[in-house]
Design a protein. Structure first.
Length: 395
């Protein structure tokens, strides 16, 4: 059990590291290509297109290939694409090549996230304790490390071509070692349902769809911070690029601390109350960041914002996985809806920022966060279907 747990933790850490490496150096990508806010938003749409297209079919891929093989391919593609972004932007100053690399990054990253949540949910059921927040906490540990490396790289003016290449090698090493101990996924054998019917059923389940809508608002808040906090501090508060990277680091550090302690919090308060407190903290942080008077209040706002968004995604994945025989299909549906905002919202915010300013554009995220507050009861533990009592996986 211990090697399995460590392997899953390594893959979550590697996922956060790769994504944070990219977003923490986004100002350098923008400067290398000479882009405006709106053009950065359009560039990020390339990653969004790849991510959203792949996450919508990732459930079927995982059900056919298993999460272990899917993870190896998707994570390796993400690491290679990260290196390609650095070469395309800083080496060739090519907007088109950078866009293609971001499409590949998006494809790999989205499938990686769905398949790792399937593997993580299987381990959570085998252990019988709420470990999903800790797994996502290690994703956040990866983002903290990536943000720290990003701030150092920006301060040292390290070319992003070298920075991204080095981190790609690190991520690939974590992938190779981490997946060795992965275990088999639960299957639908004997359930009387095909993979396609399980997916179709999941898209018609009211609880699954409401879980997706719940994740949608909070994922937009998390994605907006990931893509825009560094630039918002640089442009809205006149901070230098390295301070922007530090600000993103503060956000992901707050997320990390909340997730690493999240298991005990869930045991005490339950899913619904945790999600409502999370939405309230997120909304308070967003509004303080947008309307606060100084960079000091902006950093305090990032703490509230990070603490708020930390628990939603792991709790929703646990809720979607209550029935192990339908977990893959339901995780795929909730992820698809959530990633629609997580990946599509931030680029669209860039277009809105060109009209009303970046800080004010971020304020509109609070509307969906408020809706998520009222949808929290959907995450209450569901009754399991007869005959689907989970049993631990075997190697």
């Amino acid at each position: 059990m211990l090697p399995w747990r460590n392997g899953v933790l390594a893959l979550y850490l590697a996922s956060g590291l790769s994504l944070s490496t990219l977003v923490s150096r986004l100002p350098a990508v923008r400067d290398a290509l000479g882009l405006s806010h709106g053009e950065v938003g359009l560039l990020l749409l390339c990653m969004t297109a790849g991510s959203f297209a792949s996450v919508s079919v990732s459930g079927a891929v995982v059900m056919r290939l298993g999460s272990k093989r899917t993870l190896r391919f998707a994570a390796s593609l993400t690491a290679i694409a990260l290196a390609m972004v650095g070469v395309a932007a800083a080496g060739f100053n090519s907007l088109a090549a950078t866009g293609v690399a971001l499409v590949l990054f998006g494809v790999g990253n989205a499938v990686w996230n769905v398949s790792s949540n399937v593997q993580g949910a299987a381990m959570e059921r085998a252990l019988g304790v709420p470990i999903m927040p800790v797994l996502h906490g290690f994703f956040s540990v990866g983002t903290v490390l990536g943000a720290a490396a990003g701030a150092l790289g920006a301060a040292l003016h390290l070319p992003i071509s070298w920075h991204f290449a080095i981190l790609s090698v690190v991520v690939l090493a974590l992938i190779v070692t981490g997946t060795r101990a992965f275990r088999a996924d639960p299957s639908n054998q004997g359930s009387g349902h095909s993979n396609s019917s399980l997916l179709a059923d999941a898209w018609r389940e009211p609880r699954t769809l409401v879980l997706g809508a719940l994740v949608l608002g909070m994922a937009l808040a998390e994605g907006a911070a990931g893509d825009w906090v560094a630039l918002a501090l640089a442009d809205g508060y006149d901070a230098i690029n390295s301070v922007g990277a530090v600000g993103y680091g503060v956000f992901v550090t707050a997320m990390t601390l909340a997730r690493l302690g999240g298991g005990q919090i869930l045991k005490r308060l339950g899913r619904v109350l945790v999600l409502r407190l999370s939405a309230a903290s997120t909304l308070a942080g967003l509004l303080l960041f947008v309307f606060g008077p100084s960079i000091h209040t902006a950093f305090a706002a990032l703490v509230l914002w990070g603490l708020g968004v930390a628990m939603c995604f792991p709790v929703a994945m646990s809720a979607a996985s209550d029935d192990p025989m339908r977990a893959v299909a339901r995780v795929s549906v909730v992820s698809t809806i959530g990633y629609g905002a997580f990946l599509g919202g931030p680029p669209l915010l860039g277009l809105l920022a060109d009209k009303i300013g970046l800080l004010h554009a971020l304020g509109y995220v609070g509307i969906l966060v408020a809706i998520s507050f009222f949808l929290a009861p959907a995450a209450a533990e569901a009754k399991k279907d007869p005959g689907t009592t989970p049993t631990p996986s075997t190697p």
